[in-house]
Design a protein around this ligand. Structure first.
Ligand code: PEP
Ligand code: MN
Length: 379
């Protein structure tokens, strides 16, 4: 039921202010129209899906010859970004079939805008898919601690029907005295876990210098909350053809989060998944405050898939299942949760880890809720 007030149809004379009825505006001549046109702005021309490449190339050439700066992005059905342009500049060069719609970039973020790929982007990591109908589940321990621990975790995750294994090899720890991760040795153990179970994995990269050695191994890179605005790291990852899970900084606004993603897309990597992981609130009843409202805003503002991490957001295993269900109900494209074969022995974040039985319970609960949300869960 929609009980919002609607404005009267513009066809109705009652919709017109009395002033306009008494003094109808004279028709403008074309010269006056051109003058009245909006000042030059950044325009995004979303190409028609069937636009032939040859014709698009010719269009770009015509636009450039007319003096416009044009950048071309292979995003969705293809996007041209025109700097300091007017719709009439494009109308003059475009035969009418190539551009599906034109967007005036009235937001600071551009390529991540929902209307650039209105149907939404699907990011695939091996057999896992984020966006679209599938609800992706990422699970694993906070950190890779030992061969036995990560192999057992991978087996349990695969048996529970999880889509993607997680586990930090390079750990961003608040204290320099805490376990810092196994580094590249941890990445090699994740490779072994993938070989054993067939599960692809995501793992965090902390330093631009680690991108190159990690690249041949990992299925997806995680940018942690602390690094959301590490622009050197974002630029290094923008160069890659591997997916990026971009966590929201605990004090980042929606705009800052989307602009961090924009760095990746502007640099050429559009395989980006956003992850809400809680923001700093005033209390310490939960570790952070899970901000599902901004998650939902993000899904409306961008075509990128958005997932939720209820483990770091709450810091409490008894809140992980309820908040994962809430995330699905609020429209998230997936969840990322921490679990550990023996949380009491974990070297990091053991207090928030699910035990294996709880991971199974999570999958069952999400599976039960999924049909109501038009989603599918698990492999
Ligand atoms: C993590 O997922 O391992 C992690 C460190 O989370 P965050 O960056 O959200 O704190
Ligand atoms: Mn953790």
């Amino acid at each position: 039921m929609n009980d919002r007030p609607t404005s009267p149809s513009p066809a109705s004379p009652f919709a017109m202010p009395m002033q306009e009825i008494l003094h109808p505006e004279p028709a403008l001549d074309p010269a006056a129209l051109a003058q009245a046109e909006a000042p030059p702005a950044t325009l995004l021309a979303v190409l028609a899906p069937e636009a032939p490449l040859r014709a698009v190339r010719a269009l770009v050439e015509r636009l450039r010859l007319s003096g416009l700066a044009v950048a071309v992005y292979e995003l969705g059905s293809g996007v041209l970004v025109l700097k300091d342009a007017r719709p009439s500049d494009l109308a003059a060069a475009e035969p009418g079939e190539l551009v599906e719609h034109l967007i005036t970039a009235d937001t600071s973020w551009r390529l991540v805008r929902r209307d650039v790929v209105p149907a939404g982007s699907v990011v695939r990591i091996g057999p896992a898919a984020f966006g679209g109908r599938q609800f992706g589940v990422v699970a694993g321990p906070c950190a890779v601690e030992s061969r036995a621990q990560i192999l057992q975790s991978a087996r349990l995750a695969a048996a529970a029907g999880v889509d993607l294994l997680r586990g930090g090899a390079f750990k961003p720890r608040t204290s320099p005295y805490s376990f810092q991760g196994l580094g590249m040795r941890g990445v090699e153990l994740l490779d072994e876990a993938r070989q054993l179970t067939g599960l692809p994995y995501v793992t965090e990269v902390l330093d631009p210098a680690d991108v190159e050695p990690m690249y041949p191994h990992v299925d997806a890179f995680q940018v942690g909350a602390r690094n959301m605005q590490n622009y050197a790291l974002l630029k290094a990852l923008a160069d890659l053809d591997k997916p990026i899970l971009l966590k929201r900084g605990p004090s980042a606004t929606l705009e800052e989060w989307l602009l961090a993603a924009e760095y990746l897309l502007a640099g050429g990597n559009d395989r980006v998944i956003l992850c809400e992981r809680g923001v700093r609130g005033f209390g310490n009843d939960t570790r952070f405050t899970l901000d599902l409202a901004t998650m939902s805003l993000a899904r409306q503002a961008t075509h990128l898939p958005v997932v939720v991490d209820p483990s770091h957001a709450t810091g409490d295993p008894k809140l992980v299942i309820p908040m994962a269900c809430a995330a699905m109900a609020a429209g998230a494209d997936g969840v990322m949760v921490e679990f550990h074969p023996r949380p009491e022995q974990a070297l990091s974040d053991g207090a928030q880890a699910l035990v294996p039985g709880e991971l199974e319970a999570l999958m069952l609960r999400l599976g039960a809720l999924a049909p109501a949300m038009g989603r599918t869960v698990g492999r």
